[in-house]
Design a protein around this ligand. Structure first.
Ligand code: ADP
Length: 516
């Protein structure tokens, strides 16, 4: 918003030279010398002002003009001084509106502020100007002065128009977006803008939500857990916060929203607010659910035949061993190995379905994690002749949890360490007691994982693949299941890795005395 008083050049002049103002108002009778002195005074002040400024006498003849005036309007002193303002520069100031102001309004009101006029000048083309004038009457004397300040706002106007256009353009784009809820918030998370798609998808009209905290879009549980605020905090800290979760429309139906919160910053970097862009992907979520359901059903159906094949293969293997048929025993061992792999895969699929359905059950007891690590490392070493597994750490690390599932975590990490260090190096398993927790880590010297992929490897079906080796090594489920098991035990898992040098996966679980 423009501050009129502050911006008026006349105001600036008078503020700068309050003495001359006092002088003007106090003097009753002026001599010719006085007037000359006063003009000189005025001229000196006028020169210091950057905006074009002219001083007119009561006949509207130019007494003085500053350098800015001559420069901006491409006129010189000779053709300006003592000429009627309406005649100077080939009559370029003969603007009807200005004439009316100077001749009619000014004598009555003695001041006009911020009069905007657009006019085409001979030499400088079409300009938009803001005019400010002030009549200074010298009491008891006929002489009067008119200060006319001219501010050329053409560029500013153009800039404002462009800004308006680009705002309209932006608004049009935002409004035309049909599938994305787009809203902006202030720093507290209160809505400041709300697009048409948001109205359509959520059922809330713009006028209902402006000024409201955006929490109403979230489920009661998420609101209780402060998720709307947490998303903003993460966005502020990290530059954005991406999330998929259930949201709630006006009619209380849920929709699955995939959204990103981004901080809005001013030029100086200060936080102004946030934007949230969100897509309703309920349909995709539903398709995923059906896919998961199918996978779960198919895995169940596969489980019985595979178990049967495995059982018969074992019977056959024993028979062939008794018969001493080495060649056939070799084949049957191959069948057995492959059915074991198939079984593990089916187990993974079943576990994923259980995780998705929130039905992964844990049988928790207190057990010695150190002992479990010893046992699994020993068993694992028996099964691999390509890698040496070194165990460092003590036992008596009691935790409270599902021993089989935690064992599964360690087996997953060891299998990966073997799988992804094909040259067959050493694998080191460490277990360590912290103040309230236990940490177990598996270190390999294999191919490592690029930094950019280290977050993603814990996602479902995610694999770091190089060209030509797609689908060779697994299904990308192991780490997803592993992380879920650890999370459900109130623990954490992380990876440190350098490409070409190796990886260390560590998980931490609370010590048993912390279980309550
Ligand atoms: P899978 O091994 O079946 O592909 P995981 O979920 O166990 O699935 O692992 C996901 C991805 O993480 C793997 O495809 C691999 O690219 C990467 N990865 C896991 N462990 C390691 C490791 N120890 N070294 C290098 N890469 C690994």
């Amino acid at each position: 918003m423009r501050n009129k008083e502050k911006q008026s050049p006349i105001h600036k002049i008078l503020a700068k030279d309050s003495d001359s103002l006092k002088l003007l108002s106090n003097i009753k009778k002026l001599t010719v010398e006085d007037v000359i002195v006063l003009y000189a005074y005025a001229e000196a002040i006028v020169e210091t002002v950057r905006e074009p400024l002219i001083i007119l006498d009561s006949d509207l003849h130019v007494k003085t003009a500053n350098k800015a005036f001559f420069d901006d309007f491409k006129v010189n002193k000779k053709e300006t001084y003592n000429k009627s303002i309406f005649k100077i520069g080939n009559g370029q100031w003969n603007i009807p509106k200005l004439k009316k102001l100077l001749k009619n309004i000014l004598p009555k009101d003695s001041v006009f502020n911020d009069f905007e006029v657009t006019h085409t000048f001979n030499k400088i083309g079409t300009r938009t100007m803001v005019l400010n004038a002030r009549r200074i009457v010298l009491e008891g004397h006929k002489t009067e002065l008119i200060l006319l300040a001219i501010e050329d706002i053409t560029e500013r106007k153009e800039f404002e128009n462009k800004l308006r256009e680009s705002e309209q353009h932006y608004r049009l784009i935002v409004e035309q977006v049909k599938e994305h809820i787009i809203y902006t918030m202030d720093r507290q998370g209160c809505i400041t803008d709300w697009n048409k798609a948001a109205e359509h998808i959520t059922g809330y009209k713009r006028r209902e939500v402006i000024g409201k905290f955006h929490g109403f879009l979230y489920t009661p549980e998420d609101r209780e857990n402060n998720i709307p605020i947490k998303e903003m905090q993460i966005a502020e800290k990290k530059g954005k916060s991406m999330n998929e979760r259930w949201h709630m429309g006006k009619d209380k139906t849920y929709f699955w929203g995939s959204g990103t919160v981004t901080p809005l910053r001013r030029d100086d970097g200060n936080l102004q607010g946030f934007t949230k862009i969100m897509r309703d992907i309920t349909t995709r979520k539903e398709q995923d659910r059906r896919k998961d359901e199918f996978l779960s059903m198919a895995s169940h159906e596969l489980k019985t035949p595979v178990t049967t094949i495995k059982a018969y293969a074992q019977i056959l293997a024993r028979q062939l061993k008794k018969d001493g048929d080495v060649k056939k025993k070799y084949y049957i061992n191959k069948i057995e190995n492959q059915t074991n792999k198939l079984n593990a895969l089916i187990e993974d699929f079943l576990n994923v379905s259980k995780i998705e359905a929130g039905k992964l059950i844990f049988n928790r007891t207190e057990f010695d994690l150190g002992e479990l690590v010893n046992k699994i490392v020993l068993d694992f070493q028996h099964m691999t002749d390509t890698h040496t597994i070194k165990k460092i750490g003590k036992s008596k690390l009691f935790v409270f949890g599902d021993e089989d599932r935690i064992g599964q975590v360690l087996i997953n990490l060891l299998s990966n360490a073997v799988k992804y260090s094909p040259k067959g190096e050493k694998i080191i398993v460490r277990s360590r007691k912290n103040k309230d927790s236990v940490t177990v880590s598996v270190e390999d010297s294999g191919q490592g994982i690029p930094k950019s992929k280290q977050e993603s490897i814990f996602e479902k079906y995610y694999q770091v693949t190089e060209k030509g080796e797609e689908g060779k090594k697994g299904f990308g489920l192991g780490l997803f299941i592993t992380r879920e098991i650890i999370k459900r035990h109130k623990g954490a898992i992380r990876v440190e890795s350098e490409e070409g040098k190796g990886s260390t996966f560590s998980f931490t679980l609370p010590l048993a005395h912390n279980k309550g």
